[in-house]
Design a protein around this ligand. Structure first.
Ligand SMILES: *[C@@H]1O[C@H](CO)[C@@H](O)[C@H](O)[C@H]1NC(C)=O
Ligand SMILES: *[C@@H]1O[C@H](CO)[C@@H](O)[C@H](O)[C@H]1NC(C)=O
Length: 251
């Protein structure tokens, strides 16, 4: 499994320092209070992913982050430290999209129902989801945050973020033969001089305070653009799933 390496990756702008691509930018602590750090276990390995709180009892992430046991850490900045702001909550049910296809990464979305509701405060707060299917315009500026690798071997223990622009679908269709503009968003311009960064799979693309995408996969290390799952396309499934599991809980 390439979970740890399938990350957002960005080219170095001409003339930039090497540190910039490796370093990225440390986020202002707790400026992304919806961010979730996921510790995932399968019978053979342990790995980590990004995710984001969408309701007090649900975290959204990539279906690639599935595990038989998942622990969610909310309210974190430095993940190596037992910060007072952190809330650690076990996942009760991991619900990958039933049509998730691991060969072409279509329908790469998963909802995690939490064992206990998160306590909402200034460090832990859900992010809004889109209200309609209206497509994001190319050129829109969005933010991605994550605890992804800072190079091929080294993890960052503090949350990092970067601003990225939505690209025309054509840019990704030319690069990925299974790219689907209805279900996916093409993000990250190689000519952009935004700070370079790599964030993990499952993290959100946030545009105007709304989570529009989920980090799905990229071309290869160091080469934008990156493909995100288009959340707006999955609203009926998201609504239905969150309603269904809420009912289960109340019985
Ligand atoms: C994160 O916390 C660990 C453990 O306290 C510490 O060693 C490390 O320097 C911290 N990282 C940053 C970037 O502050
Ligand atoms: C999903 O629920 C949200 C909030 O309740 C609502 O605004 C939206 O229209 C719903 N979308 C669909 C497709 O059901």
């Amino acid at each position: 499994m390439q979970l740890l390496l399938l990350l957002v990756a960005f080219l170095l702008p001409p003339g930039a320092e090497a540190e910039e691509i490796i370093g990225g930018r440390e986020a202002r602590p707790h400026s992304h209070p919806y961010m979730a750090y996921l510790l995932t276990q399968t019978p053979t390995r342990e790995s980590f992913c990004g995710g984001f709180l969408v309701r007090e009892d649900f975290v959204m992430t990539s279906a690639r982050c599935w595990g038989s046991t998942i622990m969610v850490i909310l309210g974190a900045h430095n993940i190596s430290r037992p910060e007072r702001t952190q809330q650690r909550i076990r996942v009760l049910t991991a619900i990958p999209h039933p049509a998730y296809n691991e060969d072409n990464n279509l329908n790469d979305i998963m909802l995690l129902q939490l064992e206990n509701r998160a306590r909402r405060n200034q460090f832990v707060r859900p992010v809004a989801l889109p209200q309609s299917r209206i497509q994001l315009r190319p050129g829109s500026q969005c933010t991605v945050a994550g605890w992804g690798l800072v190079d091929q071997n080294r993890r960052t223990d503090t949350l990092r973020d970067v601003q990225l622009r939505v690209q025309r679908d054509q840019v990704c269709s030319n690069l990925f033969n299974t790219y689907n503009g209805q279900k996916q968003i093409c993000v990250g311009d190689q000519n952009d001089d935004a700070t370079t960064f790599r964030g993990d799979t499952g993290g959100p693309l946030v545009c105007n305070n709304v989570a529009q995408g989920i980090v799905s996969y990229g071309r290869s290390i160091g080469a934008p653009p990156t493909v995100f799952t288009r959340i707006a396309r999955f609203l009926p499934w998201i609504n239905k799933t969150m309603r269904q599991y809420e009912h289960k809980e109340s019985h």
